[in-house]
Write a protein that binds this ligand. Structure first.
Ligand code: SF4
Length: 469
């Protein structure tokens, strides 16, 4: 798809300093400027470092997540992930030390300590993660010492997460801080019985079971004969993660948040890792094939062939109707780093064209990944604010925007179909079955007849006008 762009002509009207954050893919040199602090007045939609850490750790289902800060930090991040649990619901509790003016003056350590002791008495959790926020950081509360003392008294893992929001402009740092809390205080703290160990023990890293995606991936891996010690962190328990250092392989689904952890586990425990992607047919097949190649086991190879054959059985037929309607339609992606490149092929499999891909917190490596998978002429965007996104949608008029809750109403008000692929979605899209669900939802969004009866800026014509009501 050809789109205009020259070095002198900005893609849309915006602040001068923001112009370089958008570019059109033209060969290998096409990377937008990224990973820079937001400019005052541009109203970035990013979340903070604390939010980044919480996203990684929150899906641990039998842990409590205690936010040491004013109540706002906890409330705006409560239940930020639509991560599902097959057992404990403890992680859904919103816990805060609720720092007030008096605590800011006299310190909040005592309040934090009392909160931990009370929470432990009430819930007896697998662990308590204690998150530092901007305010506890500024007043200098020593959460590490408080956690150590509380752990000594309760004999429960009480884990400090040094995630003060002001540490960086990019929540990616928060992902790394969350991973550090796991590698420093959880992984390697329990042993697996000899009888439980197998030659095919693995961990799934960076799969957070949003809408139940993990439950589309797990059966595929178990069919191959793999023993999943731990998913880090979707639908996981603290004890499972504590034993995850026994794995023979880490597979990494969300590379944005969890490559860091994979590298740390390789360094500390010698566990190799494989990047996988279970969104889309081709990516699912490639992931299965590469895992099997790693183990180089004859029986597993036969099972993998059966698995792929069964997964593909009747899939084309079931997809036909959706593909017919979606063929040639255009998509704009504005999603969390990993999805900005891992979804591109999945849309192409539906016959759709990705004309824009962007992310709020991308680092250079993320944009290199995007550049490598999108077609020439695709728009690549970094950290677009609401106004910029609106202008981009008006200019490029995609048939569909894939994004999250913050962007939903910008798209719908303009008349651009919208599909949630962030934390709020309710359908699982991973694996073969997930792909069918994905096609169904994308089709429902794009082909809905609602656009025949409403008039928006991008959809001038309405049925009302046609029938002169
Ligand atoms: S940690 Fe800081 S930036 Fe993050 S929500 Fe709390 S006050 Fe805001």
């Amino acid at each position: 798809m050809e789109q205009e762009n020259s070095s002198t002509e900005p893609i849309i009207k915006t602040f001068k300093s923001r112009e370089k954050h958008m570019c059109i893919k033209r060969g290998n040199l096409s990377l937008p400027e990224c990973d820079t602090p937001g400019i005052p007045g541009t109203v970035t939609q990013r979340t903070c470092v604390f939010g980044g850490a919480r996203i990684v750790l929150m899906p641990i289902t039998d842990a409590l997540h205690l936010v040491h800060g004013p109540i706002g930090c906890a409330s705006c991040t409560w239940d930020i992930r639509g991560s599902k649990s097959s057992d404990s619901k403890l992680y859904k509790q919103g816990c805060s030390s609720d720092l007030k003016e008096k605590d800011i003056i006299f310190g909040g350590e005592r309040k934090l300590y009392d909160s931990i002791i009370e929470l432990h008495k009430l819930h007896d959790p697998g662990a308590i993660f204690v998150y530092a926020t901007c305010v506890s950081g500024v007043i200098g509360d020593d959460i590490k010492s408080v956690c150590n003392e509380a752990e000594r008294i309760t004999s429960c893992r009480v884990i400090p997460v040094q995630s003060e929001g002001f540490q960086d402009h990019n929540k990616t740092k928060g992902h790394w801080i969350g991973c550090d809390a796991l590698i420093d205080s959880v992984i390697g703290t329990s042993e697996m019985g000899v009888e439980d160990a197998t030659p095919f023990d693995i961990n799934i890293l960076g799969e957070f079971n949003v809408a139940g995606d993990l439950w589309g991936i797990k059966p595929l891996l178990e069919y191959l004969g793999l023993n999943i010690i731990s998913a880090i962190t979707g639908d996981s328990k603290v004890e499972e993660i504590a034993k995850s250092h026994h794995a023979k392989l880490n597979i990494v689904q969300c590379q944005k948040s969890s490559n860091y952890l994979a590298k740390k586990m390789e360094k500390k425990y010698g566990i190799p890792s494989l990047k996988v992607n279970f969104f889309g047919i081709e990516s699912t097949i490639t992931s299965i094939t590469e895992i099997v190649e790693f183990f180089d086991h004859e029986e597993m190879k036969i099972k993998a062939n059966n698995l792929i054959e069964n997964g593909l059985k009747n899939l084309d037929e079931k997809l036909r109707e959706y593909k017919q309607r979606l063929n040639g339609k255009t998509v704009a992606l504005y999603v969390g780093g990993n999805k900005a490149w891992s979804l591109v092929r999945a849309f192409e499999e539906l016959g759709m064209n990705v004309i824009m891909s962007g992310t709020k917190n991308g680092i250079k490596e993320d944009y290199e990944n995007i550049r490598d998978v999108v077609k020439e002429g695709t728009l690549i965007v970094d950290d677009a604010n609401s106004t910029e996104l609106m202008r981009l949608l008006k200019k490029y008029k995609p048939n569909l925007l894939i994004s999250g809750a913050k962007e939903k109403y910008i798209a719908l008000k303009l008349g651009v179909s919208f599909c949630d692929f962030n934390h709020d979605r309710i359908s699982a899209f991973a694996g073969f079955k997930g792909f069918l669900e994905f096609a169904k939802e994308v089709d429902a969004a794009v082909s809905t007849s609602v656009w025949n009866i409403v008039k928006t800026e991008l959809r001038q014509k309405s049925i009302k006008e046609d029938i002169h009501v």
